[in-house]
Design a protein around this ligand. Structure first.
Ligand code: B16
Ligand code: MG
Length: 218
């Protein structure tokens, strides 16, 4: 079997917490009088909290100290975590759960590779705590995507090498991280059409076909 494990990005792949990131950052941007829209928000996919803030501040004419930036990032996170608190098992799409269960039944190992420091809390809200064989997230990395660290750590936690794992991503930064780490990748949404993913997917369920078509070690 070519892929013995699948490493999933979280935000934008397993669940749609991207809308909560947008709402929280929008509140911060509005408070500062900075223009912010969904297109700019797309640039924040997969990148760390502090890097996200820097992208938003590109349109700000004042220079902020590191302390002020940290305070803004903390404020955003507080709003975001409150929004996450409203999530529950119903927010896990049926197609996602069915596909994960099918992969697991086929003997594929499943892991998370997310830049988020809130990944474990999100998994808990979705009823997926203890579900994955490994969780690599913002709490165990020092460089965020497009650096491959988060996926390399996930592979290490699974005791697999990158060639045996498939990475699933919604962000170009994540696809580039997978490439840099020597992983094949499957892209959803913008990541499917960025021209850098090994496979493009129209929906999450397409994963079964990708994994099964590569079962003979082609
Ligand atoms: P946090 P992923 C990423 O999650 C998000 O896509 C990105 O927008 C966010 O800035 C980053 O996590 C950090 O999140 O503030 O919760 O630590 O797509 O890598 O699962
Ligand atoms: Mg993502």
């Amino acid at each position: 079997m070519k892929y013995q494990a699948v490493i999933f990005d979280l935000d934008g792949v397993i669940c749609f917490t991207d809308q909560y990131h947008y709402m929280a950052w929008k509140m911060i941007a509005d408070e500062l009088g900075i223009y912010f829209d969904e297109k700019i928000n797309n640039r924040l996919r997969g990148v760390s909290r502090m890097e996200s803030l820097e992208i938003i501040l590109e349109r700000y004419d004042k220079v902020l100290s590191q302390e002020e930036k940290l305070a803004l990032a903390e404020k955003k996170n507080k709003i975001y975590v409150e929004l996450l608190g409203e999530m529950n098992k119903e927010d896990l799409p049926g197609e996602v759960k069915e596909t994960l269960d099918r992969l697991r039944a086929e003997g594929i190992q499943l892991a998370i590779g997310s830049s988020s420091k809130n990944a474990k809390f999100i998994l808990e809200r979705l009823g997926l705590d203890h579900y994955f064989d490994a969780v690599s997230d913002g709490t165990n990395i020092s460089k965020s995507k497009p650096d491959p660290e988060v996926f390399l750590k996930a592979a290490e936690f699974l005791h697999k090498n990158p060639r045996e794992c498939l990475v699933v991503e919604d962000a170009k930064a994540g696809i580039m991280a997978a490439r840099a780490g020597g992983f094949d990748s499957a892209g959803l949404g913008e990541a499917a059409i960025c021209g850098e993913a090994t496979y493009g997917m129209d929906s999450f369920g397409d994963l079964l076909k990708i994994v099964n078509e590569n079962q003979s070690g082609m």
